[in-house]
Design a protein around this ligand. Structure first.
Ligand code: IYR
Length: 306
């Protein structure tokens, strides 16, 4: 019952077979190294960093944490709309027209208000009425969305312990971002703004609004519901939120805590179809708060008129 009797080929050629298998697995390994894109989800910690050069640089914030834009279409011939089939179409009674003079004044006034908006990193802990924040969030949620799916969740945090937990998660991760992930070009670009991984505003600002996009939703029967254009819908909503914060006389910071999404989502008890897009501390400015003296591009530089 020796190998020689039962598998003479294997017995005679095992060194050659072993060598071939080794060459084959080594070749596979190197081909994978050269072409990592076929990996479905890249681990953010393995992202190529800028200083390593050569390879096309994909910044960590360009890498999706979940596969967000999967559109469900099972080929069924029995589709039902997420909105009621008999949805009424009613007269536009809320529209208000202004004279040309009023339009010019109003648009100039709004530009002036918005042009005075500044991203702020230093906050007072002075309390803000909850009703103001409720109105701000309501305003953000007036944004248009793909097929009116309203694919957003605004998580409003005012609890001191929870704010501290948010801060700990973000500071731990941001330290790695600044020292390892962002790369020299990115940190050099940011250095005039004097930012770093210490985020005091996360505990001093009376409110944190964490804006989540819902990559998809659920129908009443539990099946997946498509949230078309969910990312741009949430981006528009965030813009409106910023305008509402400004209009209320408060300040904020458009913070995008890199690689903290899943940990914050878990901390706040949000489901896996939701992905953190932006975190906005909201409050009054700290006394003597400084802002970088930035200039905005003039109209001629930001627009083309044909
Ligand atoms: N998210 C980091 C880094 C940062 C990135 C950009 I782009 C900025 O404009 C500012 C900061 C932070 O919040 O510090």
């Amino acid at each position: 019952m020796s190998l020689e009797t039962y598998a003479p080929f294997l017995y005679n050629y095992w060194p050659q077979i072993a060598a071939l298998a080794l060459i084959y697995t080594t070749a596979l390994y190197f081909m994978k190294l050269k072409n990592p894109e076929n990996k479905k989800v890249q681990n953010i910690k393995q992202a190529p960093i800028a200083s390593q050069g050569k390879k096309k640089y994909v910044s960590p914030d360009q890498q999706a944490e979940i596969n967000e834009d999967e559109i469900v279409d099972d080929g069924s011939s029995l589709f039902t709309s997420a909105l009621p089939d008999d949805l009424a179409h009613v007269p536009l009674t809320t529209y208000k027209q202004y004279s040309e003079k009023e339009m010019i004044e109003r648009s100039a006034q709004f530009y002036d208000d918005m042009n005075n908006r500044r991203t702020l990193r230093y906050y007072s802990s002075k309390p803000v009425p909850k009703e103001v924040i409720e109105n701000i969030v309501r305003t953000g949620a007036t944004a248009p969305s793909g097929a009116h799916t309203e694919p957003w969740t605004f998580v409003v945090v005012s609890d001191a312990d929870l704010k501290q937990s948010v801060r700990t998660i973000i500071e731990d991760e941001e330290e790695i971002n600044y020292t390892k992930r962002m790369g020299n070009q990115w940190t050099t670009d940011l250095s005039p703004l004097k930012t770093d991984w210490v985020k005091e505003y996360l505990t001093t600002a009376p409110y944190l609004i964490l804006v989540f996009k819902q990559a998809y939703g659920f129908n009443a029967d539990g099946t997946k519901k498509n949230h078309y254009y969910n990312e741009i819908s949430v981006a528009i909503s965030t813009g409106i939120l910023l305008a509402a914060i400004q209009k209320a006389g408060l300040v904020t910071l458009t913070s995008t805590p890199l690689n903290c999404g899943p940990a914050l989502r878990t901390l706040l008890g949000r489901p896996t179809n939701e992905k953190l897009m932006i975190l906005l501390p909201v409050g009054y400015p700290a006394e003597n708060a400084l802002v970088p003296d930035l200039k905005r591009k003039p109209l001629e530089e930001v627009s083309v008129w044909l």
